[in-house]
Design a protein around this ligand. Structure first.
Ligand code: FAD
Ligand code: SF4
Length: 329
């Protein structure tokens, strides 16, 4: 491992100052992703600025009924919070579907959003990878691409985003609160992560030095009728082949509100807006659900190794919508 300096400033402003003056510095949360990547020398940083405990470690009620999740809240604590379990059950289920108990105890919510792809070539210094080393090529495009993207990819990168939490957060219209050298800003979750385009080295729209301080969840009464489902090779300790966070509210037999997030299919947690638009006001039937899922996946461009993801994603979404509808009829 390349030697680095460890710093623990007194507050978030001082942490932002350190990063602003050190181009090779990075924030350290629980370290469950960053330290692994540093050991592999995929990530190389001169300075690590420990922000675990500097950003808030509390979950607070917002006026109007939402919740503010501090960036230092552990993944375990988020999943166990009674308000999250009652009001946003799919968020709790998504977090519990990820990693292991020990990892969730260490991992922070800020770090979870910033975790890097699990593409095997990204972690292998001996292979070309545009995300790790821009301009070298994408080994996955012609290589092992079973785990890769079917939506929104580019010739430069076909990686997927690994976060389960992010799939629920995109469906919930969360907002990421950020503190940076130029002040504070609030970023809608759907804009936070990027598609790869020609610059796959950038996963998010954060600039160097910008620090996640919290994640806001809006008040969403319908979000209690929801669930998260993750399809993976093993029952635990495996990343999603396809996952979905779905909320559905049926009134008088028709779709009154629907939210669908997909994981394991794109470079970012994917909001299935086309499926949602197709469904609003339509009868809450299996035929409508199938038409909506097919409309969303009409834009899928699978790779030789992951064609199975298209029917898998369709079946997961349709099955979850059917289950949620049946419970309300
Ligand atoms: C074996 C294993 C299995 C896993 N399985 C899953 C899984 O199934 N599903 C899943 O979703 N995840 C899984 N994970 C990933 C795990 O969820 C992440 O490693 C964890 O959430 C990262 O949080 P952290 O606090 O440890 O981040 P760190 O490792 O400390 O940091 C990760 C990145 O975030 C940046 N960062 C940290 N805090 C902030 C902040 N406040 N503002 C800005 N940037 C910040 C760091 O600079 C770094 O780039 C797995 C991890 C392992 C090791
Ligand atoms: S898919 Fe992206 S991360 Fe994987 S090898 Fe290609 S450029 Fe690298």
């Amino acid at each position: 491992m390349i030697p680095f300096r460890y710093e623990r400033p007194d507050d978030t402003a001082a942490a932002v100052d350190v990063l602003s003056s050190e181009p090779g510095a990075a924030y350290l949360g629980g370290g469950t992703n960053l330290v692994d990547l540093m050991k592999l020398e995929v990530a190389r940083h001169d300075v690590l600025v420990d922000v675990r405990g500097l950003t808030p470690a509390t979950i607070d009620d917002l006026p109007g009924g939402g919740l503010r999740i501090g960036a230092s809240v552990s993944n375990s604590r988020l999943a166990a919070d009674p308000r999250v379990r009652r009001r946003y059950p799919m968020l709790s289920q998504a977090v519990l579907a990820g990693a292991s108990g020990q990892l969730r105890n260490m991992a922070t919510c800020g770090g979870n959003l910033m975790q890097r792809t699990r593409c095997v070539y990204f972690q292998d210094l001996t292979t070309p990878c545009n995300k790790r080393e821009p301009g070298t090529g994408c080994s996955a495009a012609e290589g092992h691409n079973r785990d890769h993207a079917i939506l929104g990819a580019s010739p430069q990168c076909v990686a997927t985003h690994p976060s389960d939490m992010g799939v629920a957060l995109t469906a919930l219209d969360a907002v990421v609160r950020v503190q940076g050298p130029d002040g504070e800003r609030a970023v809608p979750f759907g804009d936070f992560h990027r598609l790869p385009g020609d610059t796959p080295q950038r996963d998010t729209l954060l600039g160097h030095g910008e620090l996640i301080t919290a994640i806001d969840l809006p008040h969403l009464p319908s979000a209690s009728r929801c669930r998260y489902r993750k399809i993976r090779d093993r029952a635990s300790y495996a990343f999603a082949l396809v996952s979905a966070a779905v909320a559905l509210e049926v009134r008088d037999g028709a779709v009154h509100e629907v939210r669908i997030g997909l994981g394991g299919v794109a470079h970012k947690p994917w909001r299935a807006s086309t499926a949602e638009e197709t469904l609003l006001g339509r009868p809450a039937t299996a035929a409508s659900f199938l038409a909506a899922a097919e409309a969303e996946l009409a834009g899928a461009r699978p790779l030789p190794g992951n064609r199975f993801k298209v029917p898998l994603a369709r079946n997961v979404v349709v099955g979850m919508l059917n289950d949620l509808a049946e419970e309300q009829l």
